[in-house]
Design a protein around this ligand. Structure first.
Ligand code: AMP
Length: 401
């Protein structure tokens, strides 16, 4: 029997998201989510795609091991159990791979140790990813498990883009550099954009704008990332749902010295209470647009700040690339918010950029161009699919045909 199934696991501190894919045709067999792990009211939601009928279960799930066992039981009910010979591998999303992991990697003890060594630069994410990996290895020790890193796509950045202008010895001692995140999305979307343009990825230069609750931009030359907006952590760059993005680092000294805030309080302020939610009290772009339509000035200002930053990055990456074939929007906001796309590109006709009102407003789940025929630089919308990218990379590494 051919083994063509890949289970993709995205393990957070109190959640596990999963998808089971059949890589013979890249179809999804099941998707699901376990939330609030460790609480009395943990919740599992499982959907087998054959019927589309979701099953939900609420109750205590003590830890990741119990969560994955519950997932395995649900999959087994649909004849998709983890013990099936058709399961070829498990692909794990790992947020931080540092400089070392430039590609998806089959997990062994040395790889686990290296991911663990990176915890100081990814204290929120890597421990949860590691727990997911250890649990999955425990359940299926014989099965290849692959780590797909959010940072890997950005390891092609030249040193001139990756280094901060701080003392080199201090930076190296603490592994401080710009790593970038959302890499699987930037990789998938930049490749799909080349396909949409009918050209090979090696031939095209694109700016990818991944605008979800977290948001990042990347400059991709000939299929390789040459710059990206997130840095040591996912805090740098664009205005996000709850994160500030770029700011003068002296704001932090000021908040500590003059505002009397602790480092942890400032961390929470910049990561959780800033960005759109800090500016106007909402982080959902739908709600912000609704408030703008009602004449709400705070929502309008938040939107304007968001767009201003986005425009600065489009201009900066245009300059970094020299020649741009397409600007590509993706993720929750990028795929759905036509006003964001329109405003981000407005006034950039001199750079060859424009959107067509009707094309931009039309709703679709397909990759599409929203620029007019005459635009020198195309504007595209490409729905991202990080799970498919993780499964594809995993299968390419270990799949048996
Ligand atoms: P993501 O992190 O990619 O799942 O994106 C989540 C964000 O996408 C939400 O916080 C919303 O701001 C945004 N979003 C989702 N659907 C829409 C929509 N129809 N219009 C505008 N924004 C949307």
């Amino acid at each position: 029997m051919s083994s063509s199934r890949v289970l993709v696991l995205n393990s957070g501190s109190s959640s596990v998201k999963y998808q089971l894919l059949d890589m013979s045709d890249s179809s999804r067999l099941a998707v699901g989510l376990v939330e609030r792990i460790g609480e009395e009211t943990s919740r599992l939601r499982h959907t087998p795609l054959a019927t589309g009928a979701s099953r939900e279960w609420t109750g205590p799930i003590a830890d990741h091991e119990a969560a994955l066992k519950a997932v395995a039981e649900e999959l087994a009910k649909d004849g998709l159990g983890l013990d099936s010979p058709e399961l070829a591998a498990i692909g794990h999303r790992v947020v931080h791979g540092g400089k070392h992991f430039t590609e998806p990697t089959v997990i062994d003890d040395a790889v686990l140790a290296e991911i663990e060594r990176l915890i100081p630069v990814a204290p929120l994410h890597n421990p949860a990813n590691l727990t997911g990996i250890r649990t999955a290895r425990h359940l299926r020790p014989d099965l290849p498990q692959v780590a797909v890193f959010d940072t890997a796509f950005h390891t092609t950045m030249p040193e001139s883009a990756a280094r901060y202008a701080i003392d080199t010895e201090t930076a190296d001692a603490h592994r401080i550099r710009r790593y970038g995140f959302h890499g699987t999305s930037h990789a998938y979307v930049s490749r799909a954009a080349a396909e949409l343009l009918g050209r090979a990825p090696e031939e095209v230069n694109v700016i990818v704008l991944h605008l979800g609750n977290g948001a990042s931009a990347s400059a991709v030359r000939g299929g390789k990332c040459v710059d990206t907006s997130m840095g040591l952590t996912p805090l740098e760059g664009l205005v996000m749902g709850t994160r500030s993005g770029d700011l003068d680092p002296a704001v932090i000294f000021h908040l500590a010295r003059v505002g009397g805030m602790s480092i942890d309080e400032i961390d929470t302020l910049l990561n959780k209470k800033s960005g759109l939610i800090g500016l106007c009290g909402d982080n959902d772009m739908r709600e912000i647009r609704r408030r703008i339509d009602d004449g709400d000035e705070r929502a309008q200002l938040a939107f304007d700040i968001y767009i201003h930053r986005l425009k600065k990055y489009i201009g900066a990456y245009y300059a970094v690339l020299g020649r741009v074939d397409a600007v590509v929007f993706t993720a929750g906001v990028g795929e759905n918010a036509a006003p964001v796309r329109e405003a981000a590109v407005a006034g950039l006709e001199g750079l060859g950029l424009a959107v067509d009102g009707a094309l931009n407003a039309a709703r679709s789940d397909e990759p599409r161009l929203v620029s007019p025929e005459y635009a020198r630089v195309k504007v595209a919308v490409v729905p991202t699919d990080e799970e498919l990218e993780i499964a594809t990379q995993t299968y390419a590494l270990v799949g048996r045909h």
